[in-house]
Design a protein. Sequence first.
Length: 479
Amino acid sequence: MPPCMPKTSPPDVLNSAHTAALQAMVGPAGLVLDPAGRAAYEIPARYAPGMAAAVVRPASTAEVSAVVGYCVREGLRFVPQGANTGLAEGSTPDASGHHIVLSLDRLVAPLEVDAADRTATCGAGVRLSALNAALEPHGLFLPIDLGADPTLGGMAATNTGGARFLRYGDMRRHVLGLEVVLPDAAGTVLRLSHGLRKDNAAIALRQLFVGGCGAFGIVTEVTVEVHHRPRQTAAAILVPRDADAVLPLLQAFEAEAGTTLTAFEGMSKAAMERAIAHVPSLANPFAEGIPDYAVLVELTRAWSPRQGEASLDEVLQQIAGDLLEREDGPLVDALFGPVEKMWTLRHSLSEGLRASGPVVGFDLSFRRRDLAAFRRQAIAMLERDFPDFALCDFGHVADGGVHFNLVGSTDPARRETLRHAVLDLAVEGFGASFSGEHGLGRAVQAAYDRYVPRAVQDYSAAVAAVFGQGSASVRLGPA
Ligand SMILES: Cc1cc2nc3c(=O)[nH]c(=O)nc-3n(C[C@H](O)[C@H](O)[C@H](O)COP(=O)(O)OP(=O)(O)OC[C@H]3O[C@@H](n4cnc5c(N)ncnc54)[C@H](O)[C@@H]3O)c2cc1C
């Protein structure tokens, strides 16, 4: 084989006794050994492909328990995987071929809706879209909104945030119960607080598994609180006076719209330009040219329009109109239109970015008051030290989140220097988080090692060790 060709066969991590034992546990459909069948499980959403020793796809909690216990006893390392949409490189194996992918994609039962309780219970492999389809006839939904279709197990494991965090919060706020399989020699199954909104009868252990990225155990079933679907929605694209006006604009909307404010998403000019250039179905909504920065704002109400009550469109126009009239106010322009049309630009940003070149991406989270100052200092640093990169940032600014994406050089050393410089400024300069909502994985391991205090790393590793061996792609303690 020429040296540049990637290897397609993993080393002999699994012997014939291993494969026979695993196949006996999960059946022929549950064990994937051939390269073509493995490929989809080896390619992460945004990074280079890895290689799996095998893909094991149990179809029930009992099978997960049997597989996990066996792997631990045999010293076989594994990586849990849901829909493989994660952005921290935690759901795929590395290139060594030493790790098994433990896919939960066949765990699609139960899928039960309890409309009276306003909860739903799902197998870890149930997709968000399938859950929402089952909830729709009841007028309910799980309001965690993102540009991917993850599994409920993956969402619990990464504590997914999304565009409506401002109003509804993350997965942690919705998980009312979990069933997990511990990565120990027995494949112990724990059922943690199923479906109760209040439960102080025991320590809320389940919260360790929410956001644990598989380091503490494998989620096999999730019970979530769900919400009534909004019956009224209005959206607009707002143009703030400048970057410093974004926070005052948000504060004004929080004060005037109250809990009807459900999304407030920031979009930089460069990110919008790339979406408009690369997504053929997207029309440029700005007649006067693309502004330096824009915000997608959404208001919703759970009830139908009432007689004599101003519609949400009127409320939104009123709030924006008052702000536009203010001398030196935070708002200089506002576009109104059908809700889906307003959201199209925001939803196209990731695709536009992907199409525009190699990206160095950051999932940063700040105290909201620091967002503008960080952006200003980062832009000055980029212009001075990294003119070969273009900043295409956007994000859930209402919760302090920013996807700080830089498009440019493919040189690995240069990209690494840039990564350090941005993270040093964000984490050390502003006390930001290097992983606002995407969780842990190989993509952020170096940042974890560098910025998470040693005592926190030590305690996290010690807690994980209580449960078992953890995931092969997430290391909580020092190397
Ligand atoms: C276009 C796009 C937009 C996105 N937008 C957002 C966003 O707005 N907000 C946000 O928070 N995320 C976002 N994401 C990231 C991603 O969709 C979420 O992290 C998602 O919750 C991952 O779920 P998954 O089922 O795909 O998990 P995977 O990607 O398969 O796994 C993610 C991590 O969880 C672990 N894991 C998976 N399943 C289990 C399980 N059952 N038990 C234990 N561990 C498990 C894996 O080992 C891995 O560490 C986006 C991704 C894409 C591609």
